[in-house]
Design a protein around this ligand. Structure first.
Ligand SMILES: [Zn+2]
Length: 193
């Protein structure tokens, strides 16, 4: 990987490692990515890579259709959704997707995340819907419905996927990761009320 990408790779490795330790993403599911500044490219986790294995060797640079530009590993199946988000949402430079337990449990039988604190309501833009995409990786036909959320609600930052997990968007990976922690904390508090 080019030296100019090493800093971004380190940011992804730090966020993924933290989520693995927090048990927000176990095994080799989940995905995370960042936009390559000024290019129609992204750095994304390889397929079959666990969050505690994310490093420059297990990340790959692709275009927004998931075609490899640099790297030796196939991108995650969820890369297509990340690319569609970067195309449609110009302010988003990072996407975190994990199968964190409370958020996923909440999505099983609710259509919206309930804000248990004023803080989470403010941070998450007041609206986190659940999409039911009937698959382990979001199929393309559901992309328009998901992208409409960010068109209609510019303050939206996150959504849940029924029987799957959560997705957050940030201006950088630090923000996307903190928002995912916020989603998980909010779902946990909501579940305990
Ligand atoms: Zn997933």
């Amino acid at each position: 990987m080019k030296p100019e990408y090493e800093k971004l790779a380190a940011e992804l490795a730090e966020a993924a490692g933290k989520f693995y330790r927090l048990r927000y993403q176990m095994s080799n599911g989940g995905n995370l990515s960042v936009r390559i500044p000024g290019r129609s490219l992204m750095m994304v986790k390889g397929t079959d890579v666990a969050f505690d294995e994310v490093c420059s060797r297990t990340l790959v640079i692709t275009d927004f259709d998931g075609n490899i530009v640099e790297g030796d590993i196939k991108p995650s199946k969820e890369a297509l959704l990340h690319g569609a988000i970067y195309r449609a949402v110009p302010w988003a430079n990072a996407v975190m997707h994990c199968h964190s337990p409370y958020a996923t449990a909440w999505a099983a039988n609710h259509d919206l995340l309930t804000f248990a604190t004023h803080h989470s309501e403010m941070k998450l833009g007041g609206y986190v819907p659940v999409f039911d995409t009937h698959s382990y990786a979001v199929p393309k036909e559901y992309f328009p419905e998901i992208l409409k959320l960010f068109e209609e609600r510019p303050e939206a930052k996150a959504f849940l996927l029924r029987a799957h997990g959560q997705v957050t968007l940030g201006k950088d990976m630090r923000e996307a990761a903190y928002l995912a922690e916020q989603v998980e904390e909010t779902a946990q508090i909501a579940a305990l009320r």
